[in-house]
Design a protein around this ligand. Structure first.
Ligand SMILES: *[C@@H]1O[C@H](CO)[C@@H](O)[C@H](O)[C@H]1NC(C)=O
Ligand SMILES: *[C@@H]1O[C@H](CO)[C@@H](O)[C@H](O)[C@H]1NC(C)=O
Length: 528
């Protein structure tokens, strides 16, 4: 019987047509390593399933699988995006202390930061012959990052690539990409990625959300026009608006979120939530000094990491003291990712500072009881998967939004870096260490993990589904091809408004006639 079932499963796997062996081109022109960490498992999995995968990115794979080809992008590395000094976050500008104005300014600054990078990367990519060679080949599907640049969309048009596109985002959906699949980005309850708002916004927050989204959409349409001009000039061809290319070619949009963690949003069949896709479930060995430190802890250990981008060692002394004082009062131990610590870590009091740590493996460890994090999406995803509550210390980018969503889900509390004090941190730690929060974190984790299929499997399935059906299996909303005035029913509202106006005008005219008839005669009588 068992053998029979086994054979059945084998037959099912064999008959499952994966588009046989497809040719896949991945285009990832953004320099952020954490972005590529989300895409890599998918590209690997596709190659391991027998597809031929060519990847254009800044990050060649270590031990690539068979039939996997790297096309490595050169240059365009910006120091600002490879490490960040904490002094950047010391607020001195008085404008940044004005409510509303400070979030609008912050949005404008941060969303503007990646814009010039898109243009300079585009300028560089079009001249790289290895990329051009890769674009001249034939493909069945393209996997294209939907972040700050649409340069790649323009290039696919120049080289006549007809293959459908699987869009992919390592964070939430950028505001200007919603329209590509006909999804409506309503600022009244969908906060901008860089704001600390949840789906329940006050009037002021909705105002900010509306203004900021108008601004960033406009900014990125300018970027798209610049990229288009760069391509047209270099290749001496005319190409359509890059947004139009995205609209016509993007079949599916894989998004690295899952609503249990990131908040419920309207979606479409084209939007596939694959949050958790990057998680590596293989067991890693912990360094023995870390394991010993965990083993010897009586009340559990709190993990503190501000990620790989932020240089923790540049923390100002007064801020470090606040953190150390708050942590020093705990009966729990602490592991802090801190560059410049000793080989075997540096122990002071109950705090062990280590240079590097296997974060997900640690978060899964039963002795870890809480996570103090910069609220990067990958780390938060690891913590929700492991069921550990968080003190979210957001700095920039999508971190405030990630933190707000996790706090709304009830298993995180927020202490923005600029607002850290010993008292606030102490209170936040009390919250995450409380039995209720610990329980809630485990429950949210169970709900987050409860899915039809593993997120990586889901991503592979949808990519192969696009390979099988190409442009025939439409998943976007009809709204994609409608002008805004029709989507918002402005024409219908205007017609109704005119009709009501005409009706009221006729009514007024008739009533006035009747009145004149009645009272006009009366007054005539009186005059006589
Ligand atoms: C690599 O591609 C070749 C040719 O399509 C195929 O025969 C082979 O099985 C592939 N290798 C793997 C490991 O999938
Ligand atoms: C930690 O404890 C586990 C079992 O509880 C044991 O297997 C392991 O060897 C210990 N590690 C160290 C470094 O003490």
């Amino acid at each position: 019987m068992r053998i029979y079932i086994f054979l059945l499963i084998l037959a099912a796997i064999a008959s499952h047509d994966a588009g046989d062996c497809a040719r896949i081109l991945g285009l990832f022109p953004h320099i952020g390593k954490s972005h590529f960490m989300v895409f890599e498992p998918l590209l690997r999995a596709l190659a391991e399933r027998g597809h031929h995968v060519t990847t254009v990115s800044f990050f060649p794979l270590k031990n690539p699988p068979a039939n996997y080809t790297d096309v490595v992008l050169e240059g365009a590395v910006q120091d600002g995006l490879s490490s960040m000094d904490l002094s950047m976050f010391e607020v001195s500008n008085p404008l940044m202390k004005v409510p509303l104005l400070n979030t609008i300014l912050k949005n404008i600054f941060e969303m503007g930061m990646t814009a010039p990078l898109a243009v300079s990367t585009c300028e560089s990519i079009i001249r790289q012959s290895s990329v051009i060679e890769a674009l001249k080949q034939k493909y069945d599907v393209l996997i294209v990052e939907q972040f700050n640049s649409d340069c790649m969309l323009g290039l696919t048009h120049v080289f006549g690539i007809e293959a459908p596109i699987v869009g992919i985002s390592s964070c939430g959906i950028m505001p200007w990409t919603y329209a590509r699949i006909g999804l409506h980005d309503n600022p009244s309850y969908i906060p901008l990625l860089t704001t600390p708002y949840t789906s329940k916004m006050t009037f002021i927050q909705r105002l900010d959300s509306f203004i900021s989204k108008l601004y960033v959409n406009d900014l990125y349409h300018i970027i798209q026009r610049k990229e288009r001009a760069i391509i047209e000039k270099h290749f001496r061809v005319e190409i359509p608006d890059l947004d139009e290319i995205g609209k016509n070619k993007m079949s599916v949009f894989l998004v690295n979120t899952f609503h249990t963690l990131n908040g419920v949003r309207p979606t479409l069949p084209a939007v596939i939530e694959v949050g958790g896709m990057h998680l590596d479930h293989s067991r890693k060995i912990l360094p023995s000094y870390i394991e010993k430190f965990l083993n010897e802890s009586e009340h559990g250990v709190i993990l503190l990491s501000f990620g790989s981008l932020i240089k923790t060692s540049t923390i100002p002394k007064y801020k470090e003291d606040m953190i150390v004082n708050a942590l020093g009062k705990l009966k729990q131990r602490v592991i802090w990712k801190f560059e410049g610590s000793g080989e075997e870590g540096t122990l002071t009091g109950n705090i062990l500072r280590v240079k590097w740590l296997p974060q997900y493996e640690l978060l899964k460890h039963k002795k870890i009881v809480a996570f103090i994090t910069h609220s990067g999406l990958l780390g938060m995803t690891e913590a929700v998967s492991a069921g550990k509550p968080m003190v979210a210390v957001p700095f920039f980018g999508d971190q405030p939004a990630n933190a707000a969503a996790a706090a709304e889900a009830g298993f995180a509390t927020i202490v923005p870096y600029v607002d850290i004090t010993e008292e606030r941190l102490t209170k936040a730690l009390q919250f995450v260490l409380s039995p209720e929060t610990q329980l809630n974190a485990r429950r949210v984790s169970s709900i987050w993990r409860d899915r039809q299929a593993d997120p990586l499997e889901t991503a592979v399935y949808w990519t192969e589904r696009v390979i099988r059906w190409g442009h025939h299996a439409q998943l976007h909303s009809p709204a994609r091809d409608m002008p805004l005035y029709q989507i918002a029913l402005l024409d219908v509202i205007a017609t109704l408004a005119v009709a009501i106006f005409i009706f009221l005008a006729i009514l007024w005219y008739m009533l006035s006639k009747v009145f004149r008839l009645l009272f006009g005669r009366e007054s005539k009588l009186k005059m006589q």
